[in-house]
Each structure stands twice: as structure tokens, then as C-alpha cells.
Ligand binder design. Structure first.
Ligand SMILES: [Zn+2]
Length: 346
């Protein structure tokens, strides 16, 4: 059984939009998880745009992958192959990324991980489909202006920030619970099924929504999945590491009063974690409050906790952006990444 859905789009308030055929391998001596990108855009388009534009786009994506590899640390060893398409033209979608799901039914529980996560946790030998890509990354360069690195001009969005966000979905920051409360394996609410590791900790204020038989409580789901802003009525994430990073409290997941397909349940609550009123803004909010310019490029402690909770228990040292080594068509070049602190909203 194959599941392969592209679910995760990151959208912001509309902003006027921004090596042919090469495979770019992000290589970093600190990181043991390597992301390999297969840029499928036509010559001159998207990530294969001519000259420095295409090269910078590819470098920005590699820098995002480098950050994630550094966070995962040296305890994990895997080669992740992602197909990259920069010519998406779906108006309101900035970008998305997803893992392929090629594994057989893992049994009822929380073991329904995508190929990317299976390989990071289990090594390349755990690849359920070795001859195929592990996932994909899509960018919309037609409808949005992107700064691929750090030389921002007015109106430009942060490609690197968005890439970190999207790649984080691909490594498993995602709920598999459907709007109906059913599972991606076709089991309706109330029926035991296989869920993503993330789903083990999807909760409401009363606790986890999936019980010890791995059946989801449909009645509570129907309330909390559209429960609205904040930690009272909406969806929560109650993993122990995330809670420890959040003052002992469950973390609010994005669960607006109208189900937002592809966003509800799989993000932190944008409407609550605004950076104001004592809250922080998170990388994995469903939308960024920063409409243009340098955006978040690091995880918050909450997000690191969530990554640990979903299975990345051996997270390494959180790296500072430093320098990355890019190998493109046999030519190696060093791109120094700007050292900047995270930009916070007022
Ligand atoms: Zn997202």
C-alpha cells in the first residue's frame, strides 16, 4: 500500500512573488544525515534558473538541509533523496515538502512513518523503497519573490526559513489524522489503526486522543480539531519533551474553527504563538508573521522537544549556522552562511 500525499503548504499573507539537472548533495562534516536534491526543473527554470540565481536557490535549500542535519546530529546516518520542483504555480502555496510513504502497514500503533523518517531513524537499510526518491520539495517561484540566501530586498520571502519549515514536515513533524478523525490507512475514528509517531501526542485538554488500543476518540476529535485558538479548546501536543520545554504544559497545535486541510493539526498554533503576550513564535507555526525579509531560521525549544518526542531521541548539539560545503556537478564551492540571530517580532 502506497501513501504519497503532498499535504503541507506554508502560506503567508499574499506577498508579490521569487546547473541544470544537477543533483546537489549537501555535505557537512558535522552531520550524518545527508540530504540529496534532484532538481527536476527545466533548464533556466526554478532551481535550475540560469547563473547565480539558480545556484543561490540551490544553495539556500542546501543550507536549510544543513541546519536540520546539524540538529539531528551525528547519531543518525542516512542519505535522503528528495525530488525538487521549483515551478509550482498554485497561487497561494509558497512551498511544500513531504515524505513518501512506501512502507507496508506497520500494525496498529504509532509506527506509520514516512520513508524519510524511517531512514533517518533506521539508516539507509530501512528504506522501504530503495530505488525511489524518499520525498519531494516544491517551491513557487512564479507567484512569490524569494531571497535564496540573506541579501533581502523589499518584498522578498526567506527561502531558507521556509525550507527548514517544509523539510521538518518531511522528517515527520506531521499528523496523519484526517479531518474526519480517520487514519491515513482508511480506518475511521473509533477503530484501531496505524498513526504517525506525531499522532501519539495529539491531544485535547483531557489528554491524548488516541487510546491504548490505537483508536481515536471521534467525538473529542470533532470538537478539538476545530476548537480554535489557544490551549483550551483546540488540539494540543502533549509529548513529555515538548511539555518540558513549555513550562510543563501541552503545546497548542493549529486547529482553527474551520478545518484547514494540510495545516490543521500538523503545525503549532499560529494564532496563539504570536511572539506577543509572553508567547514565542515558532518555526512550525502554520504561517509566518514575518511577511518579508529575514524570518526564523532555528527551532524553538518546543520544536526540539517535539522532535525528541516523535522519535529523534538522539538529537545532537544545535548548531550555529556556519559554513556549508556544496558539491555541484563535481565542482565544490564554499558558501559562507551569514551568522545572524533569530529575528523576533516586536
Ligand atoms: Zn507547514
Amino acid at each position: 500500500m502506497i501513501r504519497n500525499f503532498v499535504r503541507f503548504s506554508r502560506q503567508v499573507a499574499a506577498i508579490v512573488a521569487v546547473g541544470v539537472g544537477a543533483t546537489l548533495a549537501q555535505t557537512d562534516s558535522r552531520a550524518a544525515v545527508m540530504f540529496h536534491f534532484d532538481f527536476i526543473d527545466a533548464p533556466g527554470a526554478g532551481f535550475n534558473a540560469a547563473g547565480s540565481l539558480g545556484a543561490d536557490r540551490r544553495a539556500g535549500l542546501a543550507q536549510a538541509a544543513d541546519y536540520i542535519s546539524g540538529v539531528l546530529g551525528s547519531a543518525y546516518t542516512a542519505n535522503i533523496y528528495l525530488t525538487v520542483n521549483g515551478t509550482v504555480t498554485a497561487d497561494t502555496t509558497l512551498a511544500n515538502a513531504s515524505s513518501n510513504f512506501n512502507a507496508a502497514f506497520p500494525g496498529n500503533g504509532f509506527g506509520s512513518a514516512g520513508d524519510v523518517m524511517l531512514k533517518i531513524l533506521g539508516g539507509d537499510a530501512a528504506d522501504p523503497a530503495p530505488a525511489t526518491p524518499d520525498g519531494e520539495v516544491n517551491y513557487n517561484f512564479e507567484d512569490f519573490d524569494w531571497e535564496p540566501l540573506s541579501d533581502f530586498q523589499p518584498g522578498e520571502l526567506d527561502l531558507i526559513s521556509t525550507a527548514i519549515h517544509e523539510l521538518t514536515h518531511a522528517i515527520g513533524f506531521a499528523s496523519d489524522i484526517l479531518q474526519t478523525g480517520g487514519s491515513a490507512w482508511g480506518d475511521p475514528a473509533g477503530t484501531p489503526s496505524a498513526w504517525s509517531p506525531f499522532d501519539e501526542f495529539v491531544a485535547d485538554a483531557s489528554g491524548a486522543l488516541i487510546d491504548g488500543t490505537f483508536a481515536l476518540d471521534g467525538a473529542r476529535w470533532d470538537v478539538a480539531s476545530v476548537g480554535g485558538t489557544g490551549p483550551v479548546n483546540g488540539l494540543l501536543f502533549n509529548g513529555p519533551n515538548a511539555m518540558a520545554a513549555n513550562g510543563g504544559n501541552p503545546v497548542a497545535l493549529y486547529s482553527p474553527t474551520t478545518w484547514d486541510s494540510g495545516s490543521s493539526g500538523s503545525h503549532l498554533d499560529t494564532d496563539y504563538y504570536t511572539g506577543m503576550n509572553g508567547t514565542i513564535e515558532n518555526m512550525m507555526n502554520h504561517a509566518s508573521s514575518i511577511g518579508e525579509g529575514l524570518d526564523l531560521r532555528t527551532y524553538t525549544a518546543i520544536e526540539l522537544g517535539i522532535l525528541r518526542d516523535i522519535g529523534y531521541t538522539q538529537l545532537g548539539m544545535v548548531p550555529e549556522p556556519a559554513s556549508i560545503l556544496l558539491t555541484l556537478a563535481g565542482v565544490a564551492c564554499i558558501h559562507a552562511a551569514a551568522r545572524r540571530s533569530r529575528q523576533r517580532r516586536a
